[in-house]
Design a protein around this ligand. Structure first.
Ligand code: ADP
Ligand code: MG
Ligand code: MG
Length: 892
């Protein structure tokens, strides 16, 4: 196997092998851009090194051969005392992992070649010693685990002894002395001298980069970002160019467009007389890239030309690193740059305008999660609020509230109508009630897979975690000189991870206003809204999947329709049993005779009819799936504990307990140990006479009423929790009778179908399809029963641990588990359609609005997904992307 590639041998498509950095350095070399010569050692070599216990057969010889070629090309030998070639040894994985792995610059310097370097630079001793001290510092820290602070302290001391403000105020003598101090530090911490042999330096640095792949922080980062752990990193060896040779030299970073808004024009920072990391490390104040025009017009013009070349070549925003050595420009890195969600949409649309890419490609470059980010309310930053600190944005949103430090206080304060932010070092399952009560959650420990993050995302609650500058005590926290006490107000941004002092005003998202119809995209001079409009229109043209909504009220249905919903995929009728209807429902549940029960049912029917009519009106002409009542009935009764206490207390006082006691007995009778697996769904319909019949009649009557108004109702009755075709047949026979009776010759057509949410239903779908006009996958229950998880119990209790261990990369309630639960969906779809080719297939679990899952449902061949109103645009976009991706538009 070939382990080493010269830059001229690689290209941008070899990221797997050469890492992003190595592949793009090769690409730029082949484009004829000024890249210092070098070579890249592959990820395969890294994997081999890590698995074999540090030996890779033949690697050493290959490196020697490539080093020799490099030396010939440069006309210098690595570390040659008289005229040294120096190199950098750089890490670079397939996916960028910022700050996770290391790079060592100036490899090849030692006590002798430092003079050679000075001579090369026309007797610039200061530069040579500065480069040497940087090598010892980086090498010590990266390769030999010497604490970086040891060197920083020494540098600081050298500056203060001298009364110097910046590192550039130290002269050659100071730096020479500092090298002595550094070498002592190195020896003290490692037990051996700083290696003087240039090749040994290089080999040790390469091995250290290999090992850094498995450093704790890199492992943690990969888990959080869901980057596979077995990719390994490549290592690029690049001949050094020097930005620290004086004022005619410098180093900078730049973007070809603004990565936060997508606006055109160049953006970047430049620092004179500096090397490598100095720009981002903030050791001195940088100047805006535009100033380079004044400092070195020739290099500036060349740089702009190169940036245009790169954009044209990559067809996208690029970010770059460059260095100017005595007026000569060198390109050190490029990649397709990261950007905010807003910039992603704006840039994609701009590139279509510039005829660089087509609309399919533009749609491919934005994601549903980016669109979701744009739909959250945002903080209005115009008041320039004070940033207290920054953590990990773990669950997006903008939350404002008074700080509380315990779950109990959160619950109390919320009960008083206050908005609170629960602040904890970390959360555990006992904090759950407090997390539910709070507007947002802030923790000082843990990342995106911590308990707080996982639970908050599951609840759709704003969360910032891992804000490690916070010192959290029992009734206050401190950060950067501020003390924030219980009751003080803070604002947290779950997208950026920023924490603000005080109340930051929240503004609605303009993208939501556009979806709501508040903003006419043709009239709005707002590039973001225009871009969203354009890409969404294209997604609608491309997608095969229809998108419906889950809605129980006319209001939700109307909003969802504005968001683009093409029907209701799930109306949960139990929501119509709450509020002032509770009393009727109690009468129904407690009925002792048929008469009592019928009386309650007859009273409920017109109320339900009115609900359905409202929904059908809002969705006039579009299908509306109404699910017959699903949850166990005791959910509508008071809790057993509360009642038992109430009755006991009343008895003690000698008060009348008649009705309460009757209720208590009923609640006792109906108590279940596993309500999720108990008396619910179709089972209720088969056991409680007249219950389903009442709902079916109300649905049919509402439909007939709308038809009477000249409307076009398209009701679909859905039976929940079916596991056997016999259950569905029984319900269907009764329902058909009622429907025929009510509908008469009104022309109304009512479909009858079932949810597929019990594994047995999925496995016998071929039979069930005999009695069903449609299937709707209830993927929440299917996930619960497929995995044997009860969601309420498991998410807060141990999911964080499962994520940490990598048992799953993402909660199966968030994104469908393709191999297991997804397989059940596939089986049921295939076998259902084998029985009945025109069987309509949809999904109404929360997965219907999850980007990843939408792609899966497209692949399986469902007809529609249904999701909450706010997820409708996300599903539309992802359905469009899925259609284009599976059509294999490989013209990219
Ligand atoms: P990171 O992945 O952290 O950006 P890099 O490998 O890009 O690490 O290197 C760190 C810094 O050193 C960057 O600013 C880079 O431009 C600079 N650098 C790397 N190699 C060289 C080189 N051969 N000559 C000059 N500067 C270099
Ligand atoms: Mg870099
Ligand atoms: Mg269900």
């Amino acid at each position: 196997m070939k382990f080493v590639y010269d830059f001229a041998e690689g290209n941008k498509d070899l990221k797997d092998l050469l890492g992003g950095k190595g592949a793009n350095l090769a690409e730029m070399t082949n484009l004829g851009l000024p890249v210092p010569a070098g070579f890249t050692i592959t990820t395969e070599a890294c994997k081999e090194y890590l698995s074999s216990g540090a030996h890779v057969d033949g690697l050493d010889e290959e490196i020697s051969a490539h080093l020799e070629t490099l030396e010939e090309a440069m006309g210098r030998k690595l570390g040659d005392p008289a005229d040294p070639l120096l190199v950098s040894v750089r890490s670079g994985a397939k996916f960028s992992m910022p700050g996770m792995m290391e790079t060592v610059l100036n490899v090849g310097l030692n006590d002798e070649s430092v003079s050679g370097l000075s001579r090369q630079a026309g007797g610039n001793d200061r530069f040579a010693w500065d480069s040497y001290r940087r090598l010892i510092q980086m090498f010590g820290k990266t390769v030999c685990d010497v604490p970086g602070s040891a060197f920083e302290d020494a540098l600081h001391e050298a500056k203060s002894t001298k009364g110097a403000k910046d590192d550039i105020d130290l002269d050659a003598e100071d730096l020479k002395a500092l090298v002595g101090v550094y070498k002592d530090l190195f020896a003290k911490h490692t037990g051996h001298e700083f290696p003087q042999d240039p090749r040994e330096q290089m080999d040790l640095a390469i091995a250290a980069v290999f090992r850094s792949w498995n450093a704790d922080r890199a492992v943690l980062y990969r888990r959080q970002e869901r980057i596979p752990g077995d990719l390994g990193t490549a290592v690029s060896v690049v001949s050094m160019v020097f930005g620290n040779l004086g004022p005619d030299s410098g180093t900078g970073v730049a973007f070809t467009r603004d990565p936060s808004t997508g606006a055109t024009g160049v953006y970047g920072d430049y620092l004179q007389n500096a090397q490598g990391e100095d720009v981002v490390a903030g050791i001195r104040n940088t100047v805006p890239l535009q100033d380079l025009e004044r400092i070195d017009k020739q290099s500036y013009d060349e740089l702009l030309g190169i940036m245009a070349t790169l954009e044209g070549h990559y067809h996208d925003l690029c970010d770059i690193e460059f260095t100017i050595e005595r007026g000569k420009l060198w390109m050190l890195q490029t990649r397709v740059g990261k950007r905010t969600a807003a910039a992603a949409f704006t840039i994609a649309a701009q590139l279509v305008d510039e005829e660089v890419i087509d609309l399919d490609e533009a749609m491919h470059r934005v994601t549903g999660s980016q669109l979701a980010q744009l739909m959250f309310p945002r903080f209005d930053m115009s008041g320039d609020p004070e940033v207290l600190t920054k953590g990990v944005g773990a669950s997006p949103g903008a939350a404002v509230g008074e700080v509380v430090f315990t779950a109990e206080h959160a619950v109390q304060a919320a009960a008083e109508g206050k908005n609170v932010i629960l602040v904890r070092r970390e959360t555990n399952p006992d904090d759950l009630p407090g997390m539910i009560a709070a507007q947002g959650i802030l923790t000082s420990r843990g990342g995106k897979t911590s308990h707080a993050a996982v639970v908050a995302r599951g609840m759709g609650k704003t969360c910032v975690c891992g804000a490690d500058e916070l010192r959290v005590s029992s009734d206050s926290f401190t950060v950067g000189g501020h003390t924030v006490n219980e009751g003080d107000t803070i604002s947290i941004d779950g997208t950026t991870g920023r924490v603000y002092l005080g109340e930051v005003p929240v503004q609605p998202s303009e993208v939501v206003r556009y979806f709501e119809g508040d903003l006419d995209p043709a009239l709005v001079n707002e590039p973001l809204v225009a871009a969203v409009h354009r890409i969404m229109t294209h997604a609608d043209e491309r997608r095969r999947l229809l998108v419906r909504t889950n809605a129980d009220t006319g209001r939700d249905a109307a909003r969802a329709r504005r968001f683009g919903a093409q029907g209701v995929g799930l109306c949960r009728t139990e929501h119509m049993f709450l509020g002032d209807r509770r009393e009727l429902v109690e009468r129904l549940i407690l009925a002792n005779t048929d008469d009592e029960r019928n009386e309650a049912l007859n009273a409920l029917r017109p109320l339900q009819k009115a609900d359905f009519l409202e929904l059908f009106r809002e969705m006039n002409g579009l299908p509306v799936t109404v699910r017959l009542i699903d949850p166990p009935l005791h959910e509508f009764l008071p809790s057993l504990e509360d009642l038992a206490v109430k009755v006991a207390v009343a008895k003690e006082r000698g008060e009348q307990v008649g009705r309460s006691e009757k209720m208590l007995n009923a609640v006792r009778r109906m108590h279940e140990s596993n309500p999720m697996l108990g008396m619910r769904g179709v089972r209720l319909g088969l056991v409680i006479p007249g219950l389903f019949a009442m709902q079916v009649r109300a649905i049919a009557e509402a439909a007939v009423a709308l038809a009477g108004e000249g409307g076009r109702p398209r009701p679909e009755i859905m039976v929940p929790l079916v596991g056997a075709v016999q259950e569905l047949e029984t319900v269907r026979t009764e329902a058909e009778k009622i429907i025929t009776e009510v509908v008469g010759d009104s022309g109304v057509e009512v479909l009858i179908g079932t949810m597929i949410e019990v594994p047995r239903a999925a496995l016998t779908a071929g039979q069930i399809a005999e009695a069903a006009d449609f299937f709707s996958f209830g993927t929440n229950d299917l996930t619960q029963m497929g995995w044997g998880f009860s969601r309420d119990d498991v998410e807060g209790a141990f999911f964080w641990r499962y994520l940490e261990l990598g048992i799953f990369g993402i909660s199966p309630f968030e994104s469908i588990d393709r191999e297991g639960v997804g397989r059940l969906v596939r089986i049921a779809s295939d076998e259902g359609r084998a029985t009945r080719p025109d069987l309509k297939l949809g999904v109404c679990g929360e997965h219907g609005g999850d980007p990843e899952s939408v792609h899966f449902f497209h692949e399986v061949g469902l007809d529609y997904v249904s999701c909450s109103p706010f997820r409708v645009p996300i599903a539309r976009l992802e359905a469009g992307r899925a259609a284009v991706e599976s059509a294999g538009s490989d013209h990219r």
